[in-house]
Design a protein around this ligand. Sequence first.
Ligand code: ADP
Ligand code: MG
Length: 231
Amino acid sequence: RERAREVLESGARRGSNRLGVEAMELLDAYGIPTPQGDVVSSPVEAEAIAEEIGDDVVMKIVSPDILHKSDIGGVEVGVPVEEVRDTYEDLVVRARNYQEDATILGVQVQEMVDLDNGVETILGMNRDPQFGPLLLFGLGGIFVEVLEDNTVSVAPVSENEAKGMLDDIDSAPLLRGARGSEPVDEATLVETIQRLSQLVTDFPAIVELDINPLVARPDGVQAVDLRLTLD
Ligand code: ADP
Ligand code: MG
């Protein structure tokens, strides 16, 4: 909880109420699994992180002025180590083309998550002045707008309420191994919903938060992206 407070304070100190993947440690602090990686501010540092990860990586521009990173070409998936330095420069150029005076905090270098054996879900929160923190869980990724398959619960949620959220969505069979795929780790998914519930209960200053995607896999879950707003 102390660690989480520090992450939020260092975000607020930068004078922006919008935080992105640079605040991923907030999730770690609450036991929500995130892929290995870090945010760095130079091509050389980016290469060092990729070498540490030891495989192709994902690279993302980190800027409070860029809400949807992939919309501006700010996400590169499957970057080999030898291309990391050039890709760093490319991402910064694209961000500058989009908005010349954008604040650029750096670039995130992140371990690849296997999406083939996973389901992209979305886990979020919207603080309602009347009802309090509303947790949202649903199908994420490319389906999020087309299918609008999600469910809402007021935090804090019990284990049974979190389980109920999984049951609630129409795509529940997808999580449970429809079409011969292996079922996702439901217990960890339920635990993750509860952990986010705890996080937003502990920090009323968070008015909005989105983990999209939260990749649900047979061997656990991975929060791949984060965006939040402080009041
Ligand atoms: P944004 O939502 O701002 O465009 P994301 O971080 O969500 O940025 O990345 C966009 C998409 O790229 C994700 O929905 C996912 O499909 C893919 N992606 C992002 N990070 C990873 C990763 N670590 N491993 C595999 N795919 C990823
Ligand atoms: Mg995203």
